[in-house]
Design a protein around this ligand. Structure first.
Ligand code: ZN
Length: 378
């Protein structure tokens, strides 16, 4: 079936285009055309802005569910539904440091969700347990371990989607990072105390990016660039940013944006169960977390993930960081797609999956489509 999306503004690689029609056939973008064309169905966009659907590489939970608590197809589907309201049409359910049998179960659940066609699930992000205890944040210290051959074998298991692993490079060897990268795993440094010198062989071995830049990593200092300095200085690595105004000061993020090419930044939500849920309290590793002032805090007042959705992150990127709208949207669509090496999502271009979000003038999502289907029919 061919669907024509008409009477909207379209954000393509060329920028915001007026007087264009987007043609979608069998769930994929066929063309962006001028003028009238034959279609089986027409969708009137009401003059609003249609952009590529958001891709979120770090989603711990949503809709009242924490992925760690119940790694299952049902929980993945519920988290997907919660985030879809905020324009997210692709995401990685993210497992916080846990035992390897839970990691295995989570990977199985993602495989089953992909096989079952749960809309939006692109793979899995395994954040830890291969982290540095000194930068663990709210990760459970008793779960942390070094990355070894057995874990590499587990993480390299194919499941039909992308596998992203956050690890502390100093807690493993460049050889193991190389094995993961060769297996197609997206390796990202996070919760790390690595020095500049420790990160250089990790880059050479295939380290691709940095998880929540600035947070839970060795800072930039005068005589030691740390993970932050290495991330900003390395031209091709990607950096995730939690743009909620709490995790990183906006001026610090602006400095980062002046230091590095913008197509290497991506917005992540680091979302917790409170996103898309009226319940604002939850339990993480047996400890109560409360949401207060859009912050998820543990009993000691430490940030425990974020009460952030991608629509708000994009708005914040415009309002707090002063980014042009097309660039803010790219940080939530084509940039994460490139980081995750996903060739057919993240852009409004022929051949891409028709994963789309329609935004009002305040950048609030009005409707989403995944593979050309609106959520009403999913
Ligand atoms: Zn983290």
């Amino acid at each position: 079936m061919r669907i024509a999306f008409r009477n909207g503004r379209l954000l393509t690689d060329a920028g915001i285009e007026l007087d264009r029609t987007l043609l979608v056939s069998d769930g994929r973008i066929e063309a962006v055309v001028v003028g009238k064309v034959q279609a089986d169905r027409e969708i009137d966009l009401g003059g609003y802005l249609l952009v590529p659907g958001y891709i979120d590489a770090q989603v711990n939970g949503g809709g009242g569910i924490l992925f760690n608590d119940s790694p299952s197809v049902e929980s993945i589907a519920a988290i997907a539904r919660a985030h879809r309201d905020f324009g997210t049409t692709g995401f990685l359910p993210t497992l916080i440091s846990d035992d390897l049998d839970v990691v295995a179960r989570a990977m199985d659940a993602v495989r089953e969700a992909i096989q079952a066609g749960v809309p939006g699930v692109l793979g899995i992000h395994i954040e830890g347990p291969f982290l540095n205890a000194e930068r663990r944040g709210v990760h459970d210290a008793s779960k942390l371990r070094e990355l070894d051959a057995g874990a590499v074998k587990l993480l390299s298991r194919p499941h039909g989607g992308v596998t992203m692993v956050t690890l502390a490079p100093e807690r493993t060897t460049p050889g193991f990072i190389r094995q993961l990268a060769d297996a197609g795993v997206i390796v990202s440094a996070g919760h790390t105390n690595a020095t500049w010198a420790q990160l250089q062989p990790a880059f050479a071995a295939g380290l691709r990016g940095f998880t929540h830049l600035f947070n839970a990593m060795s800072p930039l200092e005068s005589r030691e660039p740390g993970a932050v300095g290495a991330a900003l200085a390395h031209e091709n690595s990607w950096c995730g940013l939690i743009v909620d105004g709490h995790h990183v000061h906006p001026e610090v993020m602006k400095l980062a944006l002046r230091a590095k090419r913008h197509d290497r930044f991506m917005l992540v939500s680091d979302a917790m169960p409170s996103v898309g849920s009226p319940a604002k309290n939850f339990v993480l590793n047996g400890r109560p977390i409360t949401v207060s002032g859009n912050k998820c805090l543990d009993e000691e007042g430490r940030l425990a993930g974020a009460d952030l959705d991608m629509a708000t992150a994009v708005r914040n990127a415009v309002n707090m960081l002063g980014l042009p709208l097309p660039e803010a949207v790219r940080m939530a669509s084509s940039n994460p797609a490139d980081f995750l090496a996903l060739g057919d999502v993240g852009r409004m271009a022929p051949g891409q999956l028709a994963n789309l979000v329609l935004l009002d003038d305040e950048l609030r999502p009005l409707e989403t489509w995944i593979r050309g289907r609106s959520r009403d029919v999913d």
